[in-house]
Design a protein around this ligand. Structure first.
Ligand code: NIG
Ligand code: FE
Length: 401
């Protein structure tokens, strides 16, 4: 395997305190690193760098670990911009629009879904995302959900079964039958997913229904995650902590008891500022969660209803401006925090042995990601080879081409 040396890095965030200045982001200046097709082989000062087969000059740029987008609904057809406009004019989000996306997604061919979703994935990747989670949840019938899980597998290893997104119209008069279907036949058809998730909130599934589906997911061998406290606090976080969910996502409305619960758990709080932005909801305080000791992740929640966002840098900028995170904390949450939300130790940092996933910025300091919102500052994305993928070398996207 070819070893590549990247030198002259103005600022390197490793997310490994020991490698850097002992801060959580593990900052190193005048740094260098060596990678092969898969892993980080060496990290340190430029002046101490070992020789390698190939040399790249970062020309003083900042380098950060590839972003880990731990929450997306990338696979869907159609769009719902009219709902967005209505919300900006004062209407409330209640999940009702999901049915429109279900209709469009059911009607779309495999190739149409592939093509539309690949273009969104391309946007995420160009913005520096190297690991992405993708949920099903816009078919809500057995065959359709199994198809989404299958298609999602073409994009990522982190596939989440979200048959319990909302109760579809055809089951409106018998929601119990739908919950049983999701936990039974649909779960069996979607066993190839990695994770099980439920939208546990007002207008979606209550705590008992969510418990039933999550327990079935666990029995199918899936670790768990949960959409919680986006619209209202109905007790979803206590359920997530009790069932050891890897992550509770949204957390727009969280009481003090739940903050304490999360702080004493292995459950990450994943904040989705794109959804709060697009539904005109209040932004939850990331500061409050962090100060209490909760691990916070940031993700795009890319979906046509509440967050048609494919820019991790926008998410970071919103988290800094509106959620009280420092720039370093937001960068950490979008990388190592996301990895923790997916229970991954091989991504989200640049220690020796980690996956060779990194972003070279068109900026001398990583803070520019939040400091210069609205401009893509990604010069190159290096993404390690993934088993089964056609391109088995470190992938470089020169976004200036
Ligand atoms: O994460 N909250 C539930 N699911 C998505 C929105 C789905 C939609 O409105 O299409 C979310 O916000
Ligand atoms: Fe979501």
């Amino acid at each position: 395997m070819v070893a590549r040396l990247l030198t002259n890095i103005g600022e390197l965030l490793t997310n490994d305190p020991e490698l850097g200045d002992l801060s959580a982001v593990g900052r190193l200046r005048d740094a260098a690193l060596v990678v092969d097709d898969e892993r980080v082989l060496w990290v340190g000062r430029s002046s101490e760098a070992p020789d390698a087969d190939e040399h790249y000059d970062a020309r003083g740029a900042a380098v950060v670990p590839g972003f880990v987008d731990s929450h997306t609904h990338l696979l869907f057809a159609g769009e719902r911009s009219e709902e967005f406009e209505a919300r900006m004019a004062g209407e409330r989000y209640d999940g009702g629009g999901i049915a429109r996306t279900v209709e469009a997604t059911r009607a779309a061919s495999d190739d149409q879904l592939r093509e539309e979703s690949a273009s969104r994935l391309g946007a995420l990747r160009a913005g520096g995302v190297t690991t992405v989670e993708v949920k099903s949840g816009y078919a809500l019938d057995v065959e359709g959900e199994a198809r989404l899980v299958r298609l999602a597998r073409e994009f990522t290893d982190e596939v989440t079964f979200l048959g319990a997104h909302v109760v579809p119209r055809d089951f409106a008069s018998d929601r119990g039958a739908y919950v049983d279907l999701v936990a039974g036949e649909m779960m069996r058809a979607c066993a190839g997913a990695t994770w099980t998730d439920v939208f546990c909130d007002e207008g979606a599934f209550d705590v008992d229904e969510a418990r039933h589906v999550l327990e079935a997911g666990r029995a199918a061998g899936h670790p768990l995650r949960l959409h919680a406290n986006q619209i209202r606090d109905i007790g979803a976080i206590a359920l997530a902590v009790e069932l050891d969910c890897a992550s509770v996502d949204h957390c727009t409305f969280v009481g003090d008891t739940d903050v304490e619960r999360l702080a004493h758990s292995n459950t990450v709080a994943t904040l989705l500022p794109g959804a709060d932005f697009s539904t005109r909801s209040p932004y939850p305080s990331g500061r409050r969660l962090r100060d209490a000791g909760v691990v916070v992740a940031l993700a795009t929640d890319c979906n046509p209803g509440t967050s048609y966002v494919t820019s991790m840098s926008l998410i970071i900028a919103l988290a800094v401006r509106e959620m009280g995170l420092s720039v370093d904390e937001a960068l950490w949450s979008a990388t190592r925090g996301g990895a923790q939300a997916l229970r991954r130790s091989d991504v989200g940092h640049l220690s020796v042995g980690a996956r060779a996933d990194l972003v070279i910025l068109d900026a001398p300091r990583a803070a520019h990601v939040a400091y210069r919102p609205g401009t893509s500052l990604v010069r190159e994305v290096w993404r390690a080879a993934h088993a089964g993928e056609v391109d088995s070398s470190v992938v470089r996207h020169d976004t200036r081409r």
